[in-house]
Ligand binder design. Structure first.
Ligand code: ASP
Length: 336
């Protein structure tokens, strides 16, 4: 790489930053951002200046919307300065697909934000954290990724936040982009793009001033075999919006349709699929509990968004007082 590029690294904890806890004998988040970068001496000589921010030291299941709002505000400030070419976030892999998606919905800068982590902690043989951090910094510094939004880099692959999923509990190759594939790879220190990053679906969502959005509760209900609808009605009156993870292309048992129609008359109800790949249909099946029936009863199809992404988009919209029409339009932008 030629002239010096500058990358800001924010560390949030996760396996990449874990060491053994003497009390439990298990690993817990302990390492600082400086510690993580000390494990990557290979970055020296690449013409990349790294600015380090020790932001949190938590397992990623404990990250919340407040953390993301605070992190987003810090990143905004850093990028608005104009002298940083990209950002890297290190965090636990458990929630990467969700944090990256939220950050991408809110991201309004040309500089990329690259989220990374590790599947194998630093006490194991062959930890992947240093290699992932190295690749993430190279990606964040690369001018080819200018305008690419939020990305996830692990196992030398570059994934768009829009598509990425954690697809294995332990494999270093846990991250995949079902139906789309990675947008590029890093080999011999070179970022090689194999696809165009997905285009932005709508203008970046405006930042939320804490504590706005605190009281927005979006439920997630997974339909499964033999479902009698009893637990679905437990959501009634307890949420501002609901995402249904339905069978297949958007199907539920016929006995659930009355409950769903009643719920959809009160709060936005999004129809998504339990399947990790492919869109919810809108016009193929016509029986009670099919997608045509449910959309006719007021449910909003999630398009190609998975249930976790759909929940996040709905929450972000409701926290900004979006009405039903605006919500339907936002989901329609993800139809393909
Ligand atoms: N439980 C860890 C976390 O998400 C797993 C990981 O980092 O890979 O914090």
């Amino acid at each position: 790489m030629g002239a010096t590029r500058t990358v800001a690294v924010y560390s949030l904890g996760g396996t990449i930053a874990m060491t053994t806890d003497p009390v439990t004998g298990g690993v817990v988040p302990a390492l600082s951002a400086h510690d993580l970068l000390a494990a990557v001496p290979q970055l020296e000589g690449h013409g990349v200046e790294v600015r380090v921010h020790d932001f949190r030291r938590v397992p990623s299941a404990s990250l919340g919307f407040d953390d993301l709002t605070e992190l987003g505000a810090e990143i905004d400030k850093t990028l608005a300065g104009g002298d940083v070419d990209g950002v890297v976030i290190t965090q636990g892999t458990d929630s990467i697909e969700e944090t990256a998606f939220v950050l991408d919905l809110r991201h309004g800068h040309e500089q990329p934000v690259v989220v990374t982590g590790a599947m194998r902690n630093p006490t194991m043989a062959g930890p992947d954290g240093p290699a992932n951090l190295y690749a993430a910094v190279l990606a964040a510094a690369d001018p080819q990724l200018h305008g690419a939004g939020v990305l996830v880099v692990l196992n030398e692959e570059i994934h768009a936040a829009r598509h990425v999923r954690k697809s294995h509990t332990t494999s270093p190759a846990a991250f995949t982009s079902p139906g789309a594939g990675p947008i590029g790879r890093i080999a011999e220190d070179v970022v090689r793009l194999t696809a165009t990053p997905p285009s932005r679906r709508f203008a970046p969502l405006k930042p939320l001033e804490p504590p706005r959005g605190h009281d927005v509760r979006v439920g997630l209900y997974t339909v499964s075999l033999g479902d009698d609808g009893e637990l679905l009605s437990a959501w009634d009156g307890r949420c501002d919006g609901l995402v249904v993870a339905a069978f297949g292309a958007g199907h539920v048992p016929g006995r659930l349709v009355g409950n769903l129609e009643r719920l959809a008359a009160r709060v936005p109800v999004i129809l998504s699929s339990r399947i990790d790949n492919g869109p919810v249909l809108t016009g193929t099946y016509g029986y009670p509990g099919s997608e045509i029936d449910l959309i006719g009863r007021g449910l909003i199809p999630a398009g190609t968004l998975g249930p976790y992404q759909a929940r996040l988009l709905l929450r972000e919209l409701l926290a900004r007082d979006a009405d039903r029409t605006a919500i339907a339009e936002a989901f329609a932008a993800f139809a393909h």
